[in-house]
Design a protein around this ligand. Structure first.
Ligand SMILES: CC(C)(COP(=O)(O)OP(=O)(O)OC[C@H]1O[C@@H](n2cnc3c(N)ncnc32)[C@H](O)[C@@H]1OP(=O)(O)O)[C@@H](O)C(=O)NCCC(=O)NCCS
Length: 346
């Protein structure tokens, strides 16, 4: 192939042709050699780029070789907290790799980070679960991250579980939960947090980063308000996603923990995604982690009885969460590293 210069330009997500090329490259790169990878559909993904939001802003860049879009980069800027950082992703279509496209996109990304005053770049990079087996090549993203000045900040394990779960398993786990949950109770809802729980749901969101293992990631606690919670719910619905939530209510009426699944037809492979699960420290030891997840899986299979693959990510050192996931039948399929870098603006 002749050595063409790589052209990097900011993405206009409202331009249909640009958007189609951008999404195609993202899908090709993210699903390549990843049987358990999944990516939002074009319409659902576009919402993040075009919808105004007070809590985050998303920008994209495309890279072209000989006029064809072969690279796509994105940066998500938190706006309500963590304004020193950006969550980024660089994707290059498999047939165009090792020609400097990734490096050129990173230069474009750096200009964007500098303009937004962000000095920390956090990038999530998948690699095979058996990557350390002798003789296997290093995953492309890992080689790229190392060569580009990133440092490893945390490793998460990507687990999957086929829903619906076997009813006998659910019943036997439920019996175990019922024997230990005491006067706690589990409440579940879909899409919209009932008004009575909003304040405490925000407090749990804020507690999450302080409580969940975050490795060496340079993350500050998040700031949540009713407005932010309602915005998150609205954005999800506008992407065709449903939030399934279960919370644990303590005997004194306060919220002791929560868990959430995101169900949609808005991903390329139909995945259901777990978002945070938290039990506050003073409420641990009552099987609430298992109780929450059990209730939420029951809710999932009531709403969606058809087979679905459920995905969850847990920090490899998060033994209690992994133990709960394993009891439900989750199995590890992939690793996902958080790589971190200080950009030139820092
Ligand atoms: C990671 C990715 C973006 C690299 O794109 P690319 O266009 O091939 O990257 P470049 O050609 O600019 O490579 C820059 C340097 O990264 C390193 N690198 C890239 N791919 C590598 C691989 N497969 N193995 C080892 N090192 C690699 C090399 O040092 C390379 O320089 P060199 O080719 O002169 O040796 C691409 O493989 C991809 O889309 N992967 C899936 C998504 C992903 O993991 N993104 C993570 C970004 S942090």
């Amino acid at each position: 192939m002749p050595n063409q210069p790589v052209e990097v330009a900011p993405l206009d997500p409202k331009d249909d042709a640009q958007w189609a090329g951008y999404h195609r490259v993202t899908v090709d790169a993210q699903l390549h050699e990843r049987p358990y990878g999944d990516v939002p559909t074009a319409d659902a993904f576009r919402v993040s780029f075009v919808r105004a939001s007070q809590s985050s802003r998303t920008l994209g860049w495309t890279a072209r070789l000989d006029g064809a879009v072969v690279g796509a980069a994105m940066a998500v800027f938190p706006m309500a907290d963590n304004t020193h950082l950006a969550f980024t992703e660089v994707n290059v279509t498999p047939s165009a790799r090792r020609q400097g496209v990734g490096r050129a996109l990173l230069a474009g990304l750096d200009d964007g980070l500098r303009a937004a005053g962000r000095h920390t770049d956090l990038a999530e990079v998948p690699r095979p679960y058996a990557a350390d087996v002798a003789g296997r090549p290093v995953a492309a993203g890992v080689g790229f991250a190392r060569a580009s000045g990133y440092e490893l900040a945390q490793t998460e394990v990507h687990f999957v579980l086929q829903s619906p779960l076997d009813l006998d398993l659910l019943d036997s786990l439920q019996a175990e939960v019922d024997a230990q949950i005491g006067d706690y109770r589990i409440v579940s809802w879909q899409d919209r947090c009932p008004d009575e729980w909003v304040e405490q749901a925000c407090a749990l969101e804020e507690a999450f980063i302080a409580q969940a293992p975050m490795g060496d990631m340079d993350l500050e606690p998040e700031r949540w308000s009713e407005h932010r919670l309602r915005e998150k719910e609205e954005v999800r619905l506008s992407r065709g996603q449903h939030g399934l939530t279960s919370v644990a209510v303590a005997p004194d009426g306060s919220l002791a923990g929560n868990t959430e699944l995101v169900l949609s037809d808005a991903t390329m492979r139909g995945g259901v995604f777990q978002s945070g699960t938290l039990v506050l420290p003073s409420h641990r030891g009552h099987r609430l982690g298992l109780a929450l997840k059990l209730a939420n899986h029951r809710q999932l299979q009531a709403v969606e009885p058809a087979p679905r693959l459920v995905h969850t990510y847990s920090a490899e050192e998060n033994t209690p969460m992994i133990a709960v996931n394993t009891r439900l039948g989750f199995r590890p399929v992939e690793l996902s590293d958080e790589w971190q870098r200080r950009t030139a603006s820092g």
